[in-house]
Each structure stands twice: as C-alpha cells, then as structure tokens.
Design a protein around this ligand. Sequence first.
Ligand SMILES: [Fe+2]
Length: 246
Amino acid sequence: MRLAVLADVHGNLDALNAVLDDLALQSPDLTVNLGDCFSGPLWPGETADLLMRLDWPTVRGNHDRWLVGRPDPIGPWEADSLPHLTPAHLDWLGTLPATRRIDDIFLCHATPQDDTTYWLHDVRPDGLFVPSEPARVARLAADVDAGLLLCGHTHLASVVRLPDGRLVVNPGSVGCPGYEDDHPVYHRAEAGTPHACYAIIDAVGDGWSVTFRRVAYDPLRAAKLAASRDRPDWASVLETGWLPKP
Ligand SMILES: [Fe+2]
C-alpha cells in the first residue's frame, strides 16, 4: 500500500497544484490531509474549492477550527482568509473530525490529544525550536494503538520511531514553509527551502518506508500576493524558505 500524506496547505493553491502533479507520478493508493487547509493571505477560496472536490480523508487543524469558531480577537491568518471563504467552505471545515483512524493509520493535526501542541519538535525556554525528547514523543502516543501515526502543525518534516516500533511522521507543509509564533515564547519554524512538502509512505513487510517529497514550483506568484497583502513574513518564507531576519 502506498499512502500520500499532506498537511498545512494554508491556501497555497500553486503549491497544492504542484503536489497534485507530483502525486500523479507517485500513484498513491490513498491520499490524506492533516489540516490547516485555507488560513493565510493567498488563495483560500480556490484552495477550498479544490480540496472539497478532491474529498480526501481530512482532519481539522487549529486554523480550520479558528475559521469555524472565529475566536475574538481573530488571528491575522484567519482575518486574511475569511473574506474569501463562502458558507459552503466553512460548512465543509465544520464537518472535519479532530482525529481519524483508517485501518492501522491514525491521523491528527498536532497530537492525538489536541490541535496546538507540538509533537515531533518542541520549543526550548530560550526559543530554540528543537526535536522533541523521544520519551515525550512516546508519551503523547501512548493512547493510540495504530502502527502509523501522522501529524502536521509544525510545518517541519520529521519521522520518529517509537520504542515499540510504531512510527510517527510529519510530512512538512505543502504551502507554508515557515512561520513565527509568540507562544509559549517567541520561536521561528523555517523549512529552509521554498519547496512544497509532503510524504509518501509505503507499507514494506511489517514496517513503513517514508519518502519526504520536496516538490519544486515557482513560488513568486504566491510571494507577490503575500507582499501585496502586507505579509512580508509570508513573502519571504514562500520565496526562500526563510523568514525575514529579526
Ligand atoms: Fe499550519
């Protein structure tokens, strides 16, 4: 069985279309989407139309939840995208489950417990974004008995094998190769490349082989759109994979 895993599309239609072209070459048996579908300053409405048409098994990300629930104050990524989304788009987001199980595969956006906690990476008190302690990764997986656990949220591709042999995979972000955040302390996630990222996972014997795909596409249309919407952080990270220097 060949599985394709996408996460954190964030309204980047050009990156998603590049991944679709690559998927046509990879011929997966199943494609899944780990959420954060539309939020950001790019093409939320067009991305929504495409993802709804594709109808992949999808779980809800924290940004999807915020688009539906509209906390006060609303975040800047949601404020950028809401005017471009229809009631039908939001209704579709509202149907997404927080987690999902498909045979021996478990899908979540961030961790099995919630959609905002980092799993395979963690933030140190000094703000450095580092790989999580293995014991912490295993502890957060303790309640799930699936052999393959999939998560997104950090926008950073990573794979960790648990002591009991199970595998946790984050495919990286299709459409947003980095961001900065003030919680719990200021930190920056940067993929270091503008590629559209996803993962191909093949069942091999009793295990899984993981291939991280970095798909080349021209990010300039997206970067220019982000710049025109006064999002220099997005413009920089889309074009280069790095945020602007602090
Ligand atoms: Fe995200």
